[in-house]
Design a protein around this ligand. Structure first.
Ligand code: NAP
Length: 310
């Protein structure tokens, strides 16, 4: 029987592993099919404290794994959790057909960026197409260049406003003519002279796969049907995230967007099941906040396991 099974291997999962390992809980991490999580999909990470020159996202995750393993974390690398049963004790986690029994669980399955699903998007990812302005906005390829942000929510407005520090102009491409964003965020974005909204429009293609870098986007105006090309060096897709929580539907309480609900600290609706990182955080969604939540979940799990022995 395991003390703690950690599901997910992003910043939250590895930090939870580090702390539970150092508490002698001998944790197991089931990494999932994409070990390292979202950070491995970005290029250089310049906002994780301790790396003044920035650090490659994959390298950072490998270092976190090594640090967790140094203190005894066991890793099921590449393994996927197929099912969980949190309705009985011990909890049961089915990993690639094998059943693990656990006294406690830390859910750290992260989130995914919604994609536009248009030609050129996947091919030009990391070559001008990005899903995180905070992570990538300051890269030299975007400096003093026209940039496009797609979306009309708080994320899009926040990212567009942030990107005005770097881009020569920031086009905010939204499929309607009113923003979904909160009033404050929308007003801040729309009153910024460097942000130009492009209403009622969708990106139908990212250009130019042939040159291997972003040179512009093809737009379609949904009201007039008119098509046009907007030259730019970067496309920041901010059309929302989806939490990777399908596995836990009906097992722990999720909010209406699918994020795991935290009841007290990192405790979920099920005692002994804790959560950390982007699968429970629609607001901050940063590597460092996910790591902090992983630490908190580990401490909560340690206290919970201690209470079982009293
Ligand atoms: P969101 O509120 O779901 O907004 C997504 C936006 O993308 C919407 O404007 C939507 O258009 C558009 N969109 C969705 N699919 C699209 C598609 N396929 N093509 C083109 N456009 C598409 O997502 P979010 O902005 O990431 O925010 C998520 C949550 O986090 C919200 O609760 C938000 O308040 C919160 N958040 C808070 C902060 C903060 O407080 N600092 C910052 C960021 C996010 P429609 O409007 O037409 O549906």
């Amino acid at each position: 029987m395991e003390n703690v099974v950690i599901i997910g291997s992003g910043c939250a999962g590895w930090t939870a592993a580090l702390y539970t390992a150092r508490a002698n809980l001998n944790p197991v991490v089931v990494t999932g099919a994409n070990p390292g999580g979202l950070l491995t999909t970005t290029s250089i990470v310049e906002n994780f404290p301790g790396f003044p020159e920035g650090v490659d996202g994959t390298e950072l995750m490998m270092k976190m794994q090594a640090q967790a393993e140094r203190f005894g974390t066991r890793v099921q690398f590449g393994a996927t959790v197929e099912a969980v049963d949190l309705g009985k004790r011990p909890f049961v986690v089915t990993v690639d057909g094998e059943k693990l029994e656990a006294k406690s669980i830390i859910i750290a399955t992260g989130a995914g960026h919604k994609h536009l699903d248009v030609p050129g998007e996947d091919e030009l990812e990391k070559k001008g197409v990005t899903y995180c302005a905070t992570c990538d906005g300051a890269l030299s390829m975007f400096r003093n260049q026209p940039l496009v942000v797609v979306g009309g929510g708080d994320s899009a407005c926040e990212e567009a406003t942030y990107l005005t520090r770097f881009g020569s102009i920031v086009y905010l491409v939204h499929r309607r003519d009113t923003l979904r964003a909160s009033k404050v965020m929308a007003e801040r974005a729309l009153s910024n002279p460097k942000i130009k909204p492009v209403w009622d429009s969708v990106v139908t293609e990212v250009l130019d796969v042939k040159t291997g870098k972003v040179t512009g986007v093809k737009l379609k105006n949904l009201k007039t049907g008119e098509e046009s090309i907007l030259p730019c060096a970067g496309v920041f897709v901010a059309i929302g995230h989806y939490p990777n929580t399908q596995l836990f539907k009906g097992q722990v309480e999720l909010d209406e967007h699918g994020y795991v609900v935290r009841k007290q600290g990192s405790q979920t609706s099920v005692e002994g099941v804790f959560v950390a990182g982007d699968c429970s955080d629609p607001v901050y969604r940063q590597a460092i906040t996910a790591a902090g939540m992983g630490c908190a979940a580990a401490i909560d799990a340690e206290r919970y396991l201690g209470s079982l022995n009293q």
